[in-house]
Write a protein that binds this ligand. Structure first.
Ligand code: FAD
Length: 556
């Protein structure tokens, strides 16, 4: 036993937590109307692990011996279950494949180093043996960035950072913390909170993703408006390369040439193994509130979000859903009791009397942190902007519900797969001046793709993460494939996913705001950063890893 906890081999999160719709009476009719799927029909659960055919490990005695010498016998694992857990991330294609037992290439061994010296020994041993080394954090990526290449002939070693999970030091005077790269979100926040500090990085995958994984994929969390994306939060780092270690001290800023720190950010295991990071930390705030607002239209909502981003209010969270996502969120609510049960219908009838078309309404969450007087000031500023754009305040109740439930929502994808629907996401960022066209054209592109397939599909969107010059748009799509054959389901999935990704490029947006490139988005990388840009990147990768031993196939 290694003491490292993993997610389920077939889906999101841990055993014992699952999505259920029985307590959400409006969800089944909503799903039936939108994609024609009956939530009460008997589903097909994932197969038993014993029914999978897992290829045998090809770890030879010589490399096996070196790995055992480096990390100890107990931390070199060749069991089938563990190798399969380390084969895929948690993208839709990953989940369909693993449930179908599609395992063309599985890591031959999983190793669990305890410190940087052991990481160094493993990296050097694997490169000397001309093997492949794939760093593994929480395995939560959704870009296909840690799966071995199907035709890989060399031995494949998955290097799991799970034992490197400690906060090593807090520099209170600087507001910096030194943290090991394998720390999961809850691990590091518990250790920081105990000392009165927080990093403030909260991706929806917080419970099952690691600091090293966030940096390697350029992650962004829901509170990025205040705390920044991981690229802003990360100040210093140590990275093990074949035969050497990059050491970057935590500096507030520097002009020492092209940024090596930025080269490691988003490197997806291609430039070595990140072992520890210096990150910005902040005092745990005195108060924290998320308030819900409602806008009459998407155009009004986007204009308000833009104005909030330019105002003196500096909220932690700025998020607004389009009408489709708003309708989905409302369908996910449990029935309320007492006064609350009456408040909703009364409010909606008042809004209708004021001329609102409720089917176009857009739900927004804005987060605030700080002293009571600071919150009062910011809420006042935001309140005026909301009003100016025809919106209304719904209050704290729905906001805190969203805050509590956000980490459970990901379980819905496995539930949908059980009942035969495919659901996934694509996210991007673009300047404010391009957002409305990007939105309209991407929704259209998804619907054209559904029409081409002859399928009844659904697409919804929210804006999150506002910046000076633009924002992130996050699209979620779901449809019932017309076939039970996993490979054909994946083909249909790609028709929709490609239409959405191509729309990003065609509408001056990036291929991904925070999920990275992986193998899934690599097709559009040249369009995103130009052919000369990919040349520079290829040169960088080649200079560090001429033998393509470090996670080859992902990124470029
Ligand atoms: P892994 O999946 O283990 O690895 C990802 C990549 O990083 C691989 O290429 C791997 O080789 C490399 N890597 C990992 N650790 C290291 C290391 N120490 N050194 C070098 N390379 C390393 N992302 C967001 O940004 N925001 C969100 O809100 C968000 N929500 C999500 C919700 C769900 C339901 C899911 C499934 C995913 C979500 N993601 C989100 C995507 C995912 O959680 C992120 O990409 C995350 O940063 C991956 O971290 P990880 O530790 O799981 O990395």
């Amino acid at each position: 036993m290694t003491g490292v906890q993993h997610q389920k081999w077939w889906g999101w999160g841990v055993e014992g937590i699952a999505f259920t719709h029985e307590d959400k009476p409006r969800l089944a009719p909503f799903v039936m109307e939108k994609i024609g799927i009956d939530l009460d029909a008997p589903g097909t659960p994932p197969p038993a692990f014993e029914d999978l055919k897992v290829p045998a490990s090809q770890l030879g005695d010589e490399l096996g011996g070196k790995l055992r010498d480096a990390v100890g016998e107990q931390y070199v694992d060749t069991t089938d279950l563990n190798r399969v857990v380390h084969t895929y991330g948690k993208g839709l294609v990953d989940l369909v494949r693993v449930r179908a037992g599609d395992l063309p290439r599985v890591p031959d061994v999983v190793v669990y180093p305890a410190d940087e010296d052991q990481v160094r020994q493993v990296v050097d041993a694997v490169v000397a043996a001309d093997g492949v080394l794939i760093p593994f954090g929480g395995g939560s990526n959704i870009s296909g960035s840690l799966t071995p290449q199907p035709a890989e002939q060399r031995v494949v070693v998955s290097l799991d950072l799970g034992r490197l999970s400690r906060v090593l030091e807090v520099d209170e005077a600087a507001g910096l913390a030194r943290i090991q790269a394998g720390a999961l979100g809850p691990d590091l926040e518990e250790q920081l909170n105990a000392r009165g500090w927080t990093m403030g990085h909260q991706p929806d995958s917080f419970k099952h993703s690691t600091l090293g994984g966030w940096v390697a994929t350029r992650s962004s969390g829901m509170q990025s408006d205040k705390y920044g994306d991981i690229a802003d939060i990360t100040r210093g780092m140590r990275v093990v390369l074949p035969g050497k270690v990059i050491v970057l001290r935590p500096l507030p800023s520097t002009s020492s040439g092209p940024s090596v720190r930025e080269m490691i950010l988003g490197s997806e295991g291609r430039l070595g193994v990140i072992t520890e990071l210096w990150v910005n930390v902040h005092r745990v705030p005195e108060n924290r509130e998320i308030i819900a607002y409602l806008y009459p239209t998407w155009a009004a909502a986007i204009a308000a979000m833009h104005e909030i981003s330019e105002s003196d209010a500096a909220p932690t969270v700025t998020r607004v859903s389009d009408a489709n996502e708003t309708a989905f969120s409302l369908s996910m609510q449990k029935p309320s009791k007492g006064l609350a049960a009456k408040a909703g219908p009364i409010l909606f009838s008042v809004l209708e009397r004021r001329g609102w078309d409720l089917s176009a309404a857009c739900l927004s969450y804005i987060g605030y942190e700080g002293s009571e007087s600071h919150l009062k000031y910011e809420k006042g500023l935001v309140g005026k902007i909301v009003k100016k754009h025809g919106g209304i305040k719904l209050g704290k109740g729905p906001g805190s519900l969203y805050d509590q439930k956000k980490f459970d929502t990901p379980y819905i994808r496995d539930f949908l797969l059980d009942i035969g629907a495919l659901g996934d996401v694509s996210e991007t960022a673009a300047p404010w001046s391009k957002l409305m066209n990007l939105y309209a054209n991407t929704i259209r592109a998804a619907n054209v793709a559904y029409a081409e397939l002859g399928l009844k599909g659904f697409v919804m969107c929210h804006l999150s993460h506002s910046y000076h010059s633009g924002a992130c748009l996050y699209f979620t799509f779901a449809f019932p494939p017309s076939t039970d054959v996993p490979a054909e389901q994946i083909e249909q999935y790609w028709v929709v996913k490609k239409a959405i990704q191509q729309s990003f490029i065609d509408n001056d947006a990036t291929i991904s705001h925070h999920h990275g490139v992986g193998t899934d988005h690599a097709h559009w990388l040249e369009d995103d950063i130009s052919p000369a840009g990919t040349d520079v990147m290829a040169g960088l990768l080649k200079s560090v890893d001429p033998g393509r031993n470090l996670n080859p196939g992902t990124l470029l």
